[in-house]
Design a protein around this ligand. Structure first.
Ligand code: SF4
Length: 339
């Protein structure tokens, strides 16, 4: 028998907006639980994802948004439990998120936390021992429910107390999404993101760029956003250049430039736009940027090319200079995991 009036059961779901978290939240809501959704906005994300907003609306759940900032960046730099196959510190990252959820659990007086984690889906953080370790370290032992794999795990307190009907939970494990897709059909969930849109830290190229950024001078967590686009060149520890590879990337780089960045392009040309990151660049740095733009433009073979630049915060104040070629080896030596 329930120790608590079932109408008053509250739970916090840590959700990414992916299919697994949608399923977990729908299963818990389906048991009459008042659901709060906690979503973490990654440092490189500009806004909350649409799928999270839709999920909250569909489930009539309150949405708590948590911006991961420089504190999270410190965690990425030096994770206690190391990295996965790329630059993804999944165990530390989960612990960070679930500790935050623990704080909300107290504030909201919720009964438990749940996630869309699936046993053995991720080798680093979702093996049985790691799931147990994470629950323990976050002071959520018995209060962290994984509805998609619950039947393969020890019953949690809300199951033992009858707040949640264990028989309606799932026994999914492993990397295949077959069972999840079947469950989605059963629950009437048709609109969900593909797995490719997951965490960028699991992407090797993005991971290398993150590593480079964090080992040099940077301007806070918002610098991570531009790691997603373009070609990246490390000029020295204080300066970095990013060039768009197509018009859409040029536009995104400009839209997301820091007010202190410089924006450089060929005068009257639709070639690459370069974003220079770093404080008070001198003539030599601009010369290198000019050479990079020339190299990746249609004017590569010309003797020199006229280049214009401005500071992002003063777009009306234009400066010009003639850019000359840089050696291929020099360009290669600055390349940070660019294609
Ligand atoms: S995949 Fe990314 S968001 Fe997910 S636990 Fe790993 S580092 Fe964190």
């Amino acid at each position: 028998m329930s120790l608590k009036d079932k109408n008053k059961v509250k739970a916090i779901g840590v959700v990414s907006g992916g299919l697994d978290s949608m399923l977990a939240a729908t299963l818990i809501k389906g048991q009459g639980v008042e659901v709060y959704l906690l979503n973490f906005i990654m440092p490189w994300q500009k806004q909350v994802s649409k799928s999270v907003i839709n999920l909250a609306a569909n489930l009539e759940a309150k949405l708590i948004l948590y911006q991961l900032d420089d504190i999270y960046i410190e965690l990425i730099k030096n994770p206690k439990y190391g990295y996965g196959s790329a630059f993804n510190p999944c165990i530390d990252c989960n612990m960070f998120m679930f500790k935050a959820a623990r704080k909300y659990l107290k504030e909201i007086e919720a009964d438990f936390v749940f996630t869309g984690e699936v046993l053995a889906q991720r080798p680093m953080s979702q093996m049985r021992d790691k799931l147990a370790l994470i629950s323990k370290e976050c002071d959520l032992e018995g209060r962290l429910l994984r509805p998609l794999s619950a039947l393969l795990l020890e019953p949690t307190i809300p199951e033992n107390e009858g707040l949640i009907d264990r028989s309606q939970l799932m026994n999914i494990s492993g990397r295949s999404r077959k069972e999840q897709i079947k469950l989605a059909q059963k629950l009437g969930i048709t609109d969900y993101p593909q797995p490719a849109g997951g965490c960028l830290l699991t992407d090797k190229v993005f991971g290398e760029r993150t590593k480079d950024l964090l080992s040099n001078k940077y301007n806070g967590f918002k610098d991570m956003i531009s790691l997603q686009w373009g070609r990246h060149f490390r000029i020295n520890e204080n300066f970095k250049a990013i060039l768009g590879r197509k018009e859409s990337e040029n536009n995104l780089l400009v839209e997301n430039a820091d007010p202190n960045d410089y924006i450089i392009c060929i005068e009257n040309d639709r070639g690459p736009t370069l974003i220079l990151k770093g404080e008070t660049p001198n003539e030599e740095i601009f010369k290198i940027c000019g050479g990079l733009i020339k190299h990746f433009s249609k004017s590569k073979t010309l003797d020199s090319v006229r280049v214009q630049y401005f500071k992002a915060s003063f777009p009306k104040e234009l400066f010009y200079f003639n850019a000359i070629s840089l050696g291929e080896d020099y360009i290669d030596s600055m390349n940070v995991c660019s294609s």
